[in-house]
Design a protein around this ligand. Structure first.
Ligand code: TXA
Ligand code: MG
Length: 314
């Protein structure tokens, strides 16, 4: 992807105004939080979220944490059972992420949740993150590092990894906590999905009960659940160059279709449109879907991963 000039923004009102304007235009802006620097985008903007995955070089659509200004903003996005309310009241703003059932009308891009029906949500305590969130809506933000590398706790770390690939970084100095947030999921009872900046002991004291370990963060509780989330109603045939009788064709690039992921063969556009196109296939009543070949590079690997799950035997 072409290099852009990454702006280094000051930790003041004008820096936050500039960051908010870049985010509103679909830009990627690294911001300090008390845990690590996050690479923020508008969580409702499919194309911006797709560019975020591309800039980080994430090999797949690992779901993202959405950051909001406060508890009321979180309640608008997710359903909060009593234990979640208790933890939120005690530890937000802070280094705690809660994975909760997503409200259908949340407006959050399906790329943020990777098609899951839950959303990871956090209210960060850092004053600059708070100042920015009060200027914007919900911001999706993974750690601001290329996928697989060490998480950034300073603006310099961010620029080492992502300079030329993001619009700006807000320089808030070093992060106070320095490790990512603790993640708690609800099944519906609370489970620990990732140990992090908030000690488990504090959570257990608040809940008045031990917090069992609930598996790897981001791993579905059952692979079958995950497959059914990605699968459209119709059967899927991959690497098709033309539709056979009775098939509805999903095109890409030169391979035309009834619908297309990207007529120009742009993988960012294809990733941004993937789940929307599969929903449209359902709306059209397509019961056999042929999908054009997608190159196994960049976001194509993530798209193919989802398409393979969609095509897997049910
Ligand atoms: O401290 C933090 O949490 C930092 C700052 C920027 O807020 N963010 C962060 O994001 O660490 P990231 O993308 O590096 O890690 C997010 C984790 C991943 O392990 C992901 O799988 C998990 O959260 N996650 C996100 N949504 C989930 C969901 N719906 N269910 C289960 N796990 C989820
Ligand atoms: Mg990370």
């Amino acid at each position: 992807m072409p290099e852009i000039e990454t702006e280094r923004l000051a930790a003041d009102r004008s820096g936050l105004d500039r960051a908010a304007a870049l985010l509103a235009a679909g830009g990627l802006v690294a911001i300090p939080t008390e845990t690590v620097y996050g690479l923020a985008v508008d969580a409702t903007d499919d194309a911006a979220v797709a560019r975020l995955y591309q800039a980080k070089g994430r090999p797949s659509f690992n779901p993202l944490i959405v950051h909001v200004a406060g508890l009321d903003e979180a309640r608008a996005l997710v359903e909060m059972p009593p234990d979640a309310e208790r933890l939120a009241e005690a530890f937000w703003p802070g280094a705690l992420t809660l994975v909760l059932p997503l409200r259908p009308a949340s407006g959050i891009s399906p790329l943020v949740t990777a098609g899951l029906e839950t959303l990871a949500v956090r209210v960060p305590a850092h004053p600059l993150a708070q100042g920015l969130l009060r200027r914007t809506g919900p911001l999706a933000a993974p750690s601001a590092n290329p996928s697989g590398q060490v998480s950034p706790t300073s603006a310099a770390h961010v620029l080492d990894g992502l300079s030329g690939r993001i619009a700006a970084v807000v320089d808030g100095g070093p992060c106070a906590v320095g490790v990512e947030s603790t993640i708690v999921g609800f099944l519906p009872d609370p489970v620990l999905l990732r140990a992090g900046g908030l000690p488990v002991e504090a959570l257990e004291a608040c809940l008045g009960a031990p917090l069992p370990i609930g598996g790897e963060a981001g791993q579905p509780i059952s692979p079958g659940q995950l497959a059914s989330h990605y699968a459209p109603k119709g059967a899927v045939r991959l690497n098709a160059t033309a539709a056979e009788p009775g098939e509805t064709m999903l095109g890409f690039g030169d391979v035309a279709g009834d619908l297309t992921l990207s007529a120009s063969g742009d993988l960012v556009e294809a990733a941004a449109s993937l789940f929307a196109r599969l929903h449209e296939m359902n709306d059209m009543g397509a019961d056999r879907i042929a999908v054009a070949p997608i190159p196994e590079t960049g976001l194509g690997r993530a798209i193919n991963d989802r398409l393979r799950r969609a095509a897997a035997p049910r």
